[in-house]
Design a protein around this ligand. Structure first.
Ligand code: KG4
Ligand code: ZN
Length: 344
């Protein structure tokens, strides 16, 4: 008997991007995204209530767009995956409710996916994909973590930020330099004009053993430097450059340490900050020097998207996982509490 094919609809609504995608046995089939960035920019950051309402408005049109290819209909689906956490509770509920209702209506299973598992598996969407085991550096707006990944669902936390996440530090530093929202890409663009020799910022927690991070001091360093100097355009760029260099170096030193400690030679970098060019350059150089291989998601899959959720849901569905009937989301959800699908 021919084996039934597997096709999963993935829905991402944990923060300010509405992402919907289709992933099946032949790879990624459709990928749609609506970014709320312009709406939140007016407020200088994400307004949770507005985010939830906008997800509700955009979800069904994006799902319909995924099925605009006449060759595919909801009847071909095997499951609906959605981000169940961590994230903003109202935003998560918007995606969970739509996903669970569609799955119920179509009589197929739904699968609640961990947002950070989505990020760390995102490089698997590329033709040149990493193979297990590997070290994952997850750098997003809410998380900075080093994880030993043995297979899907087998995650060991090696280190994490004790205060601000790397993306959060980018956003806060961009704000104090008046660079606008979202801060990461704005600060990176400004740093392009910066002189790397004018200011030197510390590389926090690198002169002691361990794999944890601390980024809140860098933001304070940026603040005091900006207060001690006239904040003209060049000074802003010089501070941005010093900050970016410090974050890139710090993350790279800890990745090198994690690879050495575990004896692994594959590094995966994912989450919004993995789009940062200077970070990639520093990591590439370190991996060249240590004979390690480094993998990143394509640029549009570094930040939040539906494709990574469809992919993680596809993997978990193949391993026999699906939700119970009640609708649950987990705004706080440590990756370490995520089970391997095989042991559920
Ligand atoms: O993964 P993501 O889209 O959402 C979360 O799960 O948090 O990451 C968003 C974060 C933001 O803090 C944003 O400023 C940062 O990623 N980011 C960047 C860049 N692009 C996005 N940070 C530095 N350089 C970039 N090019
Ligand atoms: Zn994310």
């Amino acid at each position: 008997m021919a084996q039934r094919s597997t096709l999963v609809l993935g829905i991402e609504t944990s923060c300010d991007e509405t992402g919907v995608a289709l992933y099946g046995d032949n790879g990624l089939i459709a990928d749609t995204l609506y970014s709320q960035v312009d709406m939140h920019a007016e407020y200088g950051g994400v307004v949770p209530e507005l985010a939830s309402r906008d997800h509700v408005r955009k979800l069904i049109p994006l799902v319909q767009q995924c099925f605009s290819d006449p060759g595919i209909t909801p009847k071909d689906l095997s499951g609906v995956a959605y981000t169940a956490g961590p994230g903003l509770v109202g935003a998560l509920f918007a995606g969970a409710s739509v996903a669970r209702s569609l799955a119920y209506g179509w009589s197929i299973p739904s699968i609640g996916v961990h947002h950070m598992e989505g990020h760390l598996l995102a490089p698997m969407l590329e033709v040149n994909a990493p193979s297990f085991p590997f070290i994952a550096l997850l750098v997003s707006g809410g998380h900075t973590q080093l994880i030993k990944v043995t297979e899907v669902g087998q995650y060991k936390l090696l280190g994490e930020s004790l205060d601000d996440a790397a993306g959060e530090a980018f956003d806060k530093t961009a704000k104090l330099l008046n660079l606008g929202y979202p801060g990461g890409p704005a600060l990176a663009a400004c740093a392009e004009q910066g002189d790397s020799s004018r200011f030197t910022f510390p590389r926090p927690m690198t002169n002691r053993p361990g794999l944890d991070f601390s980024f809140s001091g860098l933001k304070t360093f940026a603040l005091t430097t900006s207060q001690k100097n006239e904040l003209d355009e060049q000074t802003r760029a010089d501070i941005a450059r010093a900050f970016e260099d410090a974050v890139a170096d710090t993350l790279t030193i800890k990745c090198k340490r994690a690879l050495a400690q575990t004896g692994l030679s594959t590094l995966v970098v994912a989450g919004g900050v993995s789009a940062n060019r200077r970070l990639r350059n520093t990591l590439n150089k370190m991996c060249d020097e240590t004979n390690a291989r480094v993998f990143y998601p394509r640029h549009e899959f570094c930040t939040d998207n539906g494709a990574m959720i469809a992919y993680a849901g596809y993997q978990r569905l193949l391993l026999g996982e699906h939700d119970k009937l009640s609708i649950q989301v987990r705004p706080r959800w440590p990756l370490s509490e995520l089970n391997s699908p095989k042991t559920n």
